[in-house]
Design a protein around this ligand. Structure first.
Ligand code: ADP
Ligand code: MG
Length: 736
């Protein structure tokens, strides 16, 4: 039983109170077919809205099955509607972009029904309202009468004891009107049906009770036909839409209005492009700031270089080299990278050349020829480099000595036989030298000697050498046999009878990784008289050195390799490669961490400014896109209000919208990523995107996706709040 006791409804508008209806007393029962008539403005709609819980009332009390409702909150009203009331409107309020089937199904999905369980029933209802031919026709394509049939089927699907219809035939021609009223009558047997109509004559055969309103009051309340009244209105069991169906509706809503899909696609695409390009630019400048530095240790500061050592401090084995070379992003591996960082010098009588050792495969030169012996080298540099332009003839004619090389093996014997031009190098850049394998090996040993700590032991006297003080340095002489050592007479003070001949002499060579120890027999003591004869050089050049054979020298300093360098293909893979290396038991150092950023403060400031600009852009993007999306979704107000009349809570509405936005964001972003992949694989030619994504890593792409998702969540929440801010009646009125 639905009962009104002295109920009044007022409207407050612009400070003026208007009355909808006043002091209405009414008792309605199951089984009644109540028809309300009255002139326009007499309060019929207002009364129906209050009865169906679409609007609140100010005075009096409304009882549902004896329960008071005046204290009802928004949520209580929602539950009341869900349990008791279905509405049929003059302008149908169907979802125009759904088919007949989907419109009816929607009601049942909102009531928590499973899709497969309701199929048969939906078809039955469609048959009942005579729309078999239009099952899968869009609601927008139907005539007014057909639309109202769908609305009736939907009300039936909702399965509530009360059906409220406000001028259901108001927009229909008289033929359709008759059919609709007949249909309403047919379904009214075990329900309470309340309808408002202007047309009394149409309704006469059906009404069991007639109420006439005038100026907000009941003028007449006449029982026309006694029916079997049931005073209790059986409330419907309600449950909420399932998670899966929320997702289904979200996905359905993504595609069901093509123009909306297109607009949203464009917006999300623009957001993705703006975020990625800006972020890419930011990463790039960050990268430049990091690498615009110098360091004292590494002559080769290629940003793609990673220096690798083993965690357990053991030398590299072939297994290590294989493992490292096979890593995904590795371009190539330089097993012993000592020479990468070596600044080599060559001097002749006229010239001093310095530079790094060329570290790539070369098979042709621009001037001259490829080297054929270990004394022949090739020089690479910018064509405008002073040595390669003005001094070219001297360069090609002179004989050079390797600076700081131990021994006389190459002294005055090096010839430059070829020149390679490198237009990418600056004209003032250092030169690069292509050296033969033998020369490289000799150089490595020579460098090892300088980097190692070398100690001599002669009769319990320790002599330590270090790089800065060449106190009795080691030299190689080809006149000495293996196992023998020649000392200058300066050493004699450390031996018995001032004679070291035939004593033993120990040399220890060590670095942080390993230690080598060799013992030699002193077989010759040289002095100013015999030096030239024994060693072939002047005593002044020999007095502060000890001399051993080339093979012994090699044995001492041919240390194992403890450090390698890899060069990766793409700078953006730097971090992930470092992670892989670390997990595989290696230490790694990347060049940007080895740089000293002197005077980088200015760059730091630029970097911060760029970051601020990026953040401002993202915020602006949020507001712009929200604004545009809000406009697009304004046309969706009626959809969400319809969901509301079907018993949807605010959170369900927000959730369905969120899933729709997720879907479109994901589709758009996936397509954008495929585009980026194709560009990076050179299948599509968009230089700009290739350039801008150079430094963007996978985690950055994920971050941008998360920003899109965050944007969707914020929009869905704001929009949902807006839709639920006003009453259903008001929101419907606002729809465009
Ligand atoms: P009917 O449906 O019988 O034509 P209504 O119930 O729509 O009449 O209106 C009853 C009275 O309430 C009218 O005087 C109307 O002006 C007023 N009214 C209805 N809706 C509003 C509203 N949203 N704001 C202010 N006054 C309203
Ligand atoms: Mg009205």
């Amino acid at each position: 039983m639905l009962r009104l006791k002295n109920v009044s409804k007022y409207y407050y508008q612009d400070g003026v109170i208007a009355s909808g209806f006043t002091k209405v007393n009414l008792e309605l029962h199951l089984g009644e077919f109540v028809v309300i008539t009255g002139e326009s403005g007499s309060g019929k709609s207002t009364l129906l809205n209050v009865l169906s819980g679409l609007d609140s009332y100010e005075d009096g009390e409304m009882y549902i099955n004896g329960e008071e409702t005046s204290h009802y909150t928004e949520e209580d009203y929602l539950n009341y509607r869900r349990k008791y009331v279905s509405n049929i409107f003059q302008n149908f309020n169907l979802v125009n972009s759904y088919t007949v089937y989907q419109n009816i199904e929607l009601t049942m999905l909102m009531n928590g029904k499973k899709r497969k369980d309701i199929k048969k029933y939906v078809y039955e209802l469609i048959a009942k309202v005579g729309l078999n031919k239009y099952k899968h026709t869009l609601a927008s394509k139907l005539s007014g009468g057909q639309k109202q049939r769908v609305a009736i089927a939907r009300a039936l699907a909702n399965d509530t004891p009360i059906i409220v219809a406000d001028e259901p035939t108001g927009s229909l021609d008289s033929e359709s009107s008759k059919e609709i009223l007949k249909l309403l009558h047919e379904i009214s047997k075990d329900k309470l049906v309340i309808i408002v109509t202007h047309n009394k004559s149409e309704i006469e055969g059906y009404a069991t009770r007639l109420i006439r309103m005038h100026d907000g009051k009941l003028l007449e309340d006449k029982i026309i036909k006694e029916v079997n009244l049931d005073s209790h209105l059986e409330e419907k069991k309600v449950s909420n839409i399932t998670r899966l169906n929320k997702l289904r509706l979200g996905i359905r809503n993504t595609f069901n209005i093509p123009i909306k899909f297109t607009l949203m696609f464009i917006i999300f695409l623009l957001i993705s492009i703006t975020l990625i390009t800006n972020y890419g630019g930011f990463k790039q400048s960050e990268y430049e700031t990091n690498t615009l530095g110098y360091n004292n240790y590494f002559a080769n500061n290629d940003s793609k270089r990673i220096i690798v050592t083993k965690n357990n401090k053991e030398p590299f084995t072939n297994r290590d080299y294989e493992l490292i070379s096979s890593l995904e992003n590795v371009d190539y591996l330089v097993e012993d990278d000592l020479l990468l960082d070596y600044n080599i010098g060559f001097f002749s009588d006229n010239l001093y050349l310095s530079g790094t050792i060329l570290n790539e495969d070369v098979n042709k030169v621009d001037v001259g020829k490829m080297p054929t012996s270990s004394n022949e080298i090739v020089v690479k540099g910018n064509p405008d480099n002073w040595y390669l332009s003005d001094m070219l003839s001297s360069l090609l004619e002179d004989k050079f000595t390797v600076d700081a090389f131990n021994g006389t093996k190459y002294a005055g014997k090096i010839k430059i036989v070829g020149i390679i031009y490198d237009n990418e190098a600056n004209y003032y850049d250092e030169l690069e030298f292509l050296l033969n394998e033998e020369l490289l090996n000799d150089l490595t040993l020579s460098i090892n000697e300088r980097y190692n700590k070398v100690t001599y032991i002669l009769n319990d006297n320790y002599f330590s050498l270090n790089n800065n003080m060449d106190y009795f340095g080691i030299k190689v002489s080809d006149n000495i046999n293996s196992g023998e050592i020649y000392l200058s007479e300066n050493f004699n003070i450390y031996c018995k009878d001032y004679n070291c001949l035939n004593n033993t002499f120990k040399i220890i060579s060590e670095n942080i990784y390993e230690k080598r120890e060799e013992t030699y027999k002193i077989t010759n003591i040289f002095n100013s008289d015999n030096c030239k004869k024994i060693l072939g050089i002047n005593y002044e050049d020999a007095s502060n050195y000890i001399f051993i054979s080339r093979s012994d020298y090699n044995k001492l300093f041919n240390s194992s390799n403890y450090q390698s360098s890899i060069f990766i293909k793409e700078v953006k893979d730097l971090e992930s490669t470092v992670n892989v290396l670390n997990n595989a038991g290696y230490n790694s150092l990347v060049m940007k961490d080895a740089q000293i950023n002197d005077g980088a403060t200015a760059l730091q400031v630029i970097k911060i400014l760029k970051l601020v600009a990026t953040i401002i852009l993202i915020i602006a993007l949020f507001f712009i896109s929200y604004f545009v999306i809000k406009i697009i979704y304004k046309s969706r107000n009626s959809y969400y209000t319809t969901l509301r009349t079907l018993g949807s809570t605010k959170s369900v509405c927000i959730n369905i919208l969120m899933k729709e936005l997720f879907t479109i964001a994901t589709i758009t972003y996936s397509l954008f990523l495929i585009f980026i992949i194709l560009v990076n694989k050179n299948i599509l030619d968009f230089e700009y995107f290739r350039f801008i994504t150079k430094y963007i890593e996978i985690k950055d792409y994920i971050l941008v996706y998360l920003i899109l998702i965050l944007l969707s969540v914020l929009i869905a929440n704001r929009y949902g709040k807006k839709v639920f801010k006003n009453s259903i009646i008001k929101t419907y009125g606002e729809k465009i």
